[in-house]
Design a protein around this ligand. Structure first.
Ligand code: C5P
Length: 239
């Protein structure tokens, strides 16, 4: 497969056309950003840790009946995916109160959220990703009511599967963000699932094992990403 021209460059990934119909190549770059792009760095190998974890988690989800865009890895930072018509929603599933939900609402950090809370933001950098509700999503024609229902159902299924996988490795899945796209009439998981998009706490120590280490300068970011990538992929290999 040949990489062709750039389709889209985000904050940490670039997406390229290929010479194969409806297949794209996602490059996981070493760029890391936080606070709406206000903090930026380049950390060596970050792209490959995130790509490795994303590939493992996509494969695990697919084995368990979740449709994803994942096809294969070309090398440690280049992933072949199916082209989707992306839906500009950031679907966040929360099992434990942390991050913006604690800043914006009277939740105490660490409070268990049972049932999990789904929050959907509008993926729109210029507007700083404002939170949506069902009526706004439909009125803005971002998704139909049936698609929205499906997106929430799949998001909760993904949450159950990831929560169990990570728990087996002594990791609490606090929250995560996923994005979906359309392939024909079906809804398919796209983007990535990595330490950049999940909030993970060590069950025993409560230590952050994700981008919060970068956001809040809690330690060596790449040492953490490396360790957590090994823990996660070890658990996926067992299944
Ligand atoms: O910042 P907040 O607490 O709302 O983030 C919830 C979860 O969604 C975190 O795991 C965070 O890493 C992820 N997220 C993301 N991309 C965004 C916003 C949040 O991956 N643009």
């Amino acid at each position: 497969m040949k990489q062709k021209k750039l389709l889209y460059a985000g904050k940490a990934k670039s997406v390229y056309h290929t010479d194969v119909d409806r297949k794209l190549i996602v490059e996981f770059r070493d760029d890391i950003t936080a606070f709406d792009g206000g903090k930026k760095d380049v950390l060596m190998n970050k792209g490959s840790y995130n790509a490795e974890v994303s590939a493992f988690l996509f494969e695990y989800l697919m084995k368990n009946g979740v449709k994803t865009h994942f096809v294969s890895m070309i090398d440690p930072r280049h992933m072949v995916v199916r082209e989707l018509e992306m839906i500009p929603l950031e679907v966040i599933v929360r099992n434990v109160a942390a991050g913006s939900i604690v800043r914006n609402y009277p939740f105490k950090e660490g409070t268990k959220l049972d049932p999990p809370v789904i929050v959907i933001d509008f993926k729109d950098d210029a507007r700083h990703d404002p939170m949506l509700n069902d009526d706004l999503i439909v009125a803005l024609k971002l998704a139909s009511p049936a698609e929205l229902k499906k997106i929430k159902k799949v998001a909760l299924k993904i949450n159950q599967l990831l929560f169990a996988l990570l728990a087996a490795q002594g990791i609490t899945l606090v929250d995560f963000k996923i994005e979906f796209g359309r392939q024909g009439k079906s809804i398919c998981l796209g983007d990535e699932i990595s330490m950049d998009s999940m909030r993970l706490w060590d069950k025993k120590s409560g230590e952050s094992l994700d981008k919060d280490v970068y956001r809040f300068e809690k330690g060596d970011v790449m040492a953490t990403y490396n360790r957590v990538a090994q823990r996660i992929t070890k658990s996926a290999k067992k299944r």
